[in-house]
Unconditional design. Sequence first.
Length: 88
Amino acid sequence: MPSYNISVLGLDVFFKTSAGSERIKRASGLIEDRFKRLDQRGRNLSKEKLLVFLALGLADDYLQTKESLDNVQERLNSLLDRLEENEE
């Protein structure tokens, strides 16, 4: 499993993951970009609070995407059930 030593938001982080380097680069870039946007609007918020807002935003994005994916999966299952009924 590859190991990475990267700097994110000025913090050096060392970890191992099966994710490829391009995926790591995109993920750290997303964090950096979102942090910068929050920091510009944050008006004197501590780095810790900005990181909490960042985590909440990413969690919300994840939950919305998961809900959307679950809905698509339900619709696909329903369509598959209909196709199987029509074959019988």
